[in-house]
Design a binder for this molecule. Structure first.
Ligand code: 3HC
Ligand code: NAI
Length: 703
């Protein structure tokens, strides 16, 4: 017997323990070992029942995601066939679930006749999140166990359920109370089934999974979700698979599921989402920051500035049960900030997302103050005051005076030099950038900006903290705009310039949203504020002064007080929530183009795509070469989680690999020629891109 399985006998019951740390992913070797152990139990006349359990922290996290895209994913024994074999067992099988049972892990449990779970277990089918659908019987067995509607919810949302919910759904037969021995309970449960001669596979509770559902149920479900699923393959295929469970035999349904799964597995979307899965985990591995580093305790947090960002940042900590003190300059600003936080929680209560008791508990964790003395004992202080270096430096001078030794001092600056902020303190090793995105309590991205002197311990502690407040952390070096906003600049520049050259804002944005971006870049500027963009440009006019063209239109909007959504006009007009094309903006672009000597022409959608996207990609590659970003996956994570880039395209650099690096380079060179002086100025291929293409590399990496 291989070490991947722990095989034991307890009387008449064989215990098969999956033993592949860290999460018992069902790769080919574990599948083979499980098959072998199962056959051994069947062949042993002394064995009357079998318990399958997971050693370590998971029952099983499902198929080994790293096998997908290679023949190993379906290598013998493939999971679907193995589970069919388990489901035919003449001896009762009991899945004993502790920790997580996800994807193929839960499907393994579904192939067993019985399931018993620990109170803290979570069970789910998250395959659609990586562009797949349950492909080892989950779409067929789950509806037969808990009904089509509940099964569809679990499969489409990918959201795991708790043990108690699983019991209520009929997904598990018994939940073992906390503190009780799950394995002993499962063994006793199995022995009891033997004693009562219970069938190895009890009859399905929902032999007709769609019973009671309206005849148009699936069509209506698809229609309701059409907008959310726009452009995505996996949910559509998953729906078809569950529909198949309602219209034929189990065998036919399994065959259909297999075909749909193969389609999803080979899709570019699933490849992209799997890339994202691993990128998210890789992002936490920082060269020079060992996993064993002792973390600083963070039990009390303070936030300076109770404006848009400060309030949202404070909510993150209160949501995670961490007390937070909010410091402002003036009482009115503090009251406004606290009232704004309460308003947001109130709205969550109205939407049923929070109970009134939770609201009270969270507000109780947030304390306001005007006194620095009140934050002297904070373990972490996050500054979120106005974006001006001198103001931030003053705040940090004060923090250096008042904060206890060992406190982490963070800035939420979106563009300023973290090293210049750290330099005014006597403890630059404790200073770090924590760049939250707006709304800070909602957006999952957190750019962690590692200053020149930031210590490894401070970095490791903030990465751990990010996990505690459910953020996706990506480490960036110090440069203007860090990873995200620095890439935004060339991307947005092309969008602005294209409007001068003859495209309309709606055409530019339409190309981007058709690609799957949550929002076009010009709509995004309207949302963030034309005035905010103006102030950022003001702060660095020198750096962009050599090209007076592209930002002229935005400057013009600013001079008319058209700040975007907040004033009802920007690149568009706004009536309530409705966005309307503004022909005056087009007229204004015509006048400006004439003044600037830009010939207006019809612009193709392809040109919009290539110019915006290739410039975005080019800057990302440059950031990698500069060492600001450590890996291309980090850059992809930033754009997916902070800028609405579609996850199923894998992020801009993964998308570039899919398009072909040669095509991206050729496109940049093409526009360098075609756009005259403007092209010569901006369409400069990143040297790393040139090197990658010259060396024939398909993947973006440092070279
Ligand atoms: N396959 C391969 N590796 C996996 C894995 C999986 N299913 N699940 C986790 N891992 C790896 C991670 O990459 C990570 O590796 P690393 O240490 O080298 O970076 C390690 O296991 C630990 O994972 P996490 O850092 O994510 O640990 P957490 O404790 O934070 O989370 C978890 C554990 C909740 C299980 C989380 O890892 C997770 O959600 N895993 C994916 C679950 C999933 O999507 N399952 C479906 C797979 S597809 C499938 O089953 C198809 C089937 O229907 C045929
Ligand atoms: P804001 O103007 O809404 O809030 C700033 C708050 O800081 C105000 O309430 C002000 O009274 C307070 N303040 C100013 N000086 C102070 C001081 N010395 N001590 C204590 N409080 C002080 O600004 P916003 O949008 O919240 O931005 C704050 C920071 O977050 C800036 O650095 C900004 O660049 C950054 N940021 C902003 C994002 C956004 O989308 N708004 C996104 C990411 C970062």
């Amino acid at each position: 017997m291989t070490t991947l399985i722990d095989y034991r006998l307890e009387g008449q019951v064989a215990l098969i323990g999956l033993a592949r740390p860290p999460v018992n992913a069902l790769g080919q070797p574990l599948r083979a070992a499980l098959a072998e152990a199962f056959e051994r139990a069947l062949a042993d006349a002394q064995v009357c029942a079998v318990v399958i359990h997971g050693q370590g922290r998971a029952f099983s996290a499902g198929a080994d995601i790293s096998e997908f895209g290679s023949p190993a994913a379906f290598a013998t024994p493939d999971l679907a066939s193995l589970l069919c074999r388990l489901a035919e067992s003449p001896k009762p099988l009991v899945a004993a679930i502790a920790g997580t049972a996800l994807g193929g892990g839960l499907e393994t449990a579904l192939a067993c006749g019985y399931r018993i779970s620990a109170a803290n277990a979570t069970l789910g089918l998250p395959e659609t999140r990586i562009g797949l659908l349950p492909g080892a019987g989950g779409t067929q067995r789950l509806p037969r166990l808990i009904g089509a509607q509940a099964a569809l919810e679990m499969i489409i949302s990918g959201e795991p359920v708790s043990a108690s919910k699983a019991l209520a759904l009929g997904l598990v037969d018994q939940v073992v109370a906390e503190g009780e021995d799950l394995l002993a309970a499962a063994t006793a449960f199995a022995a009891a089934r033997v004693a009562e001669s219970a069938p190895a596979q009890p009859a399905w509770r929902h032999a007709d999974p769609a019973q009671g559902l309206p005849s148009q149920f699936f069509d209506e479900y698809a229609a309701t979700h059409a907008r959310r699923w726009k452009g995505q393959l996996a949910p559509v295929l998953a729906l078809q698979a569950v529909q198949a469970a309602c219209s034929g035999s189990l065998q036919a349904g399994l065959a259909k599921e297999h075909a749909l799964f193969a389609q999803a597995e080979s899709s570019a979307q699933s490849t992209a989402l799997r890339h994202q899965f691993f990128a998210q985990r890789e992002a936490l591995k920082i060269p020079g920051v060992s996993k064993d580093i002792a973390l600083r305790p963070v039990q009390r947090v303070a936030v300076i500035g109770a404006g848009t960002m400060g309030g949202g940042i404070a909510m993150n900590f209160a949501n995670a049960g961490i007390p937070v003190t909010l410091l402002e300059l003036k009482g009115e600003a503090l009251d406004r900030g606290l009232a704004q936080i309460r308003k947001q929680y109130d709205s969550s209560v109205k939407r049923g997302k929070l109970t009134p008791q939770q609201l009270d508990a969270r507000m109780a964790l947030i304390t306001g103050t005007l006194e620095y003395a009140d934050i002297a004992q904070a373990d972490l202080v996050i500054e979120a005051v106005f974006e001006r270096l001198s103001i931030k430096q003053n705040v940090f001078r004060t923090l250096d005076e008042v904060c206890k030794a060992g406190a982490i001092l963070a800035t939420n600056t979106s563009t300023l030099d973290v090293d210049l902020i750290a330099a005014v303190t006597r403890r630059p090793q404790d200073v770090i950038g924590l760049h939250f995105f707006s709304p800070a309590n909602i957006m999952r991205l957190l750019e962690v900006v590692r200053g020149r002197e930031t210590s490894a311990q401070v970095l490791a502690t903030t990465l751990d903290l990010a996990r505690r407040i459910d953020k996706i952390a990506v480490v960036s070096g110090v440069c203007f705009g860090f990873i995200g906003n620095r890439m935004l600049e060339p991307y947005a520049r092309e969008a602005h310039r294209l409007v001068l050259e003859g495209a309309t804002p709606a055409q530019v944005d339409g190309v981007l949203t058709d690609l799957g971006l949550a929002m076009g870049v010009l709509s995004m500027y309207d949302l963030a504020g034309i005035d905010v963009g103006y102030l950022v440009r003001e702060s660095r006019r020198e750096a962009i002064a050599h090209d007076a063209s592209y930002f002229k239109l935005a400057d013009e909007l600013y001079s008319h007080g058209h700040y975007g959504q907040k004033t009802g006009r920007g690149f568009y007009r706004y009536e309530g929530r409705e966005r309307i094309e503004d022909y005056e903006v087009v007229a204004c672009a015509e006048v400006l183009a004439h003044e600037l000597g830009i010939a207006r022409r019809a612009i193709s959608n392809e040109e919009i795509h290539d110019r915006c996207l290739f410039m975005l990609i080019n800057e990302g590659i440059q950031l990698l070469d500069d060492g600001i970003a450590q890996r291309s996956g980090d850059i992809d994570l930033v754009w997916i989680n902070g800028y609405g880039f579609p996850a199923w395209l894998g992020g801009p650099l993964h998308y570039a690999e899919r398009l072909g690096l040669g095509r991206v380079l050729a496109g940049i060179e093409h526009y360098r020629e075609q756009l005259g002086g403007y092209g010569q100025m901006w369409f400069e291929p990143a040297p790393l891109l040139q090197r990658l293409v010259a060396a024939g590399h398909a993947r973006i990496q440092r070279l």
